[in-house]
Design a protein around this ligand. Structure first.
Ligand code: SF4
Length: 192
């Protein structure tokens, strides 16, 4: 069966596939431009996202917006989502069974979006999406290619909140992401 964006939104809104459905306030669906070629994937919504039902609000969202501003990006041109759509209490790491239950939604989002670039925000997303042994400290900013899609990872904005020295490293990764995006646009322009 071919799902639409509306189908996914509806399924997530009513989802009880894992125990987080009993503790969440609101599920947090992906947001942004559903025609975007750039997809950002983090691990799970935080406490403020859980209250508002919107990804990357609060302090992490402010850091992300500052990074976007510094790198010439805007939320309107990207699609942002999480592996888990519901907040794990106390911001603990997602459990394996929760990721397994929720990842089909991410697969549908990716299928519908068909991004040219996927950016994993943080270790947990990188280990789920790129490679189980991905080491964020050593490998952030490196690229992997699958079919027509380039994948990379950088630190989650919350890591910058804990250690502001990471800001410049993440900004450098994002500037490279913007450069890669421009390269894809040029290739597309040449083909057309
Ligand atoms: S985390 Fe995912 S699988 Fe679990 S209840 Fe929320 S939407 Fe459903």
């Amino acid at each position: 069966m071919q799902y639409t964006w509306n189908d996914i939104d509806r399924h997530i809104a009513d989802c009880t596939q894992c125990a987080l459905s009993r503790t969440r306030h609101r599920p947090v669906m992906g947001r942004g431009n559903r025609q975007a070629d750039l997809m950002l994937i983090a691990e799970a919504p935080g406490a403020q996202e859980d209250q508002q039902g919107i990804p990357f609000v609060g302090s992490s969202g402010e850091i992300l917006d500052r990074l976007f501003w510094d790198c010439g990006l805007s939320r309107e041109e990207v699609y942002i989502t999480n592996i888990l759509k519901c907040h794990p209490p106390g911001n603990r790491d997602p459990k394996e069974e929760e990721k397994e239950a929720c990842v089909p939604y991410l697969k549908y989002e990716t299928f519908l979006l068909k991004p040219r670039i996927i950016v994993c925000l943080g270790r947990i997303a990188a280990q789920r999406i790129i490679s189980p042994d991905f080491r964020i400290t050593k490998q952030h900013g490196t690229w992997t290619y699958r079919k027509d899609c380039a994948l990379t990872a950088t630190y989650h904005p919350s890591a910058i909140l804990r250690d502001s020295a990471k800001y410049e490293a993440v900004k450098k990764d994002f500037l490279e992401i913007v450069r890669k995006q421009a390269e894809f646009h040029q290739q597309k322009f040449k083909k057309e």
